[in-house]
Design a protein around this ligand. Structure first.
Ligand code: HBI
Ligand code: FE
Length: 290
């Protein structure tokens, strides 16, 4: 990919839909050890933090077997549970390719794993982020439908020049979403559950705002790709998230065309405030210090 996000065709060795063989047998002992280190940290941290659907999914996929998971084994379970499969790709793929896979209940995963000196932060999604972070939620039937609906919506949004707004929805739900439960706030976003430091920050730190999820409000809010979020949006249930996306977005997009962005740290009179953050972390310059 070039710096402005334009792609040519798939790289050599990849299929027309950008998929590659996972080539599981080629992972080294060192690479399996990186997975095991990351897995052990998150598995210890997430009970009481991740939502039940995520923790159930982790169990259902037998990810505790050790080492980088073999997609042939994951897919046997995932296909049976919700009809999803995981396919390997070399790295980021173009938006239209990404949406086409989601709309067909295929989740694309990076094939590579981060290096031992990048345990806490990396730019491109690797297999730990993609499989540990995203795939457990795909075992939940409601979330599985949400992801497919997102892929279908992505194709429509591209045609309408609305991808920047829809991408915010993905970011604040699939990647960084929180769920309200009777036991307290829980994480379902893959960007959080796959990060040790953000698993703590997202729930415990006094800095970020935590606001009730509202589809249109979320689509008007910019996000940070390089640091902990300044605002998290909290859904009341996975079903409520799915229901919000099964509406026609055309009137929403029409309104968004004329609407200004909402500042990333703003709290509006119409927001349901769960936590009014201090924004101290961002004010101090951030950079993943948690
Ligand atoms: N490619 N491999 C990969 N993983 C992603 O999450 C991804 C992508 N390409 C595009 C893309 N995401 C975006 O379109 C969405 O986040 C909106
Ligand atoms: Fe992701």
């Amino acid at each position: 990919m070039s710096a402005d996000g334009h792609f040519g065709g798939p790289p050599p060795g990849a299929a027309a839909d950008w998929t590659i063989d996972q080539n599981w047998d080629a992972y080294t002992a060192g690479e399996h050890a990186v997975w095991d280190t990351l897995y052990a940290r998150q598995a210890a941290l997430l009970p009481g933090r991740a939502c039940d659907a995520f923790l159930r999914g982790l169990d259902a996929l037998n990810l505790h077997r050790g080492g980088i998971p073999d997609f042939r084994q994951i897919n046997a379970d995932l296909q049976r549970l919700t009809g999803w499969t995981v396919v390997a790709v070399p790295g980021l793929v173009p938006d239209d390719v990404f949406f086409e896979h989601l709309a067909n209940r295929r989740f694309v995963s990076g094939q590579f794993i981060r290096k031992p000196d990048q345990l806490d932060y990396l730019q491109e999604p690797d297999i730990f982020h993609d499989v540990f972070g995203h795939v457990p939620m795909l075992t939940d039937p409601v979330f599985a439908d949400y992801m497919q609906a997102y892929g279908e919506g992505g194709r429509r949004a591209m045609g309408r020049g609305q991808l920047h707004n829809l991408a915010r929805l993905y970011w604040y739900t699939v990647e960084f979403g929180l769920l309200d439960t009777a036991e307290g706030l829980r994480i379902y976003g893959a960007g959080i559950v796959s990060s040790r430091t953000e698993s703590l920050f997202a729930l415990d730190d006094p800095s970020p705002n935590r606001l009730g999820f509202d589809l249109e409000r979320t689509m008007r809010t910019p996000y940070r790709i390089d640091d902990f979020q300044q605002v998290y949006f909290v859904i009341p249930s996975l079903q409520a998230l799915l229901d919000a996306t099964l509406r026609d977005f055309a009137p929403i997009y029409a309104r968004l065309d004329g609407a200004a962005d909402i500042a990333i740290d703003a709290i509006l009179p119409t927001d349901r405030v769960i936590t009014r953050g201090t924004q101290a972390y961002a004010a101090a310059g951030g950079r993943l210090g948690g």
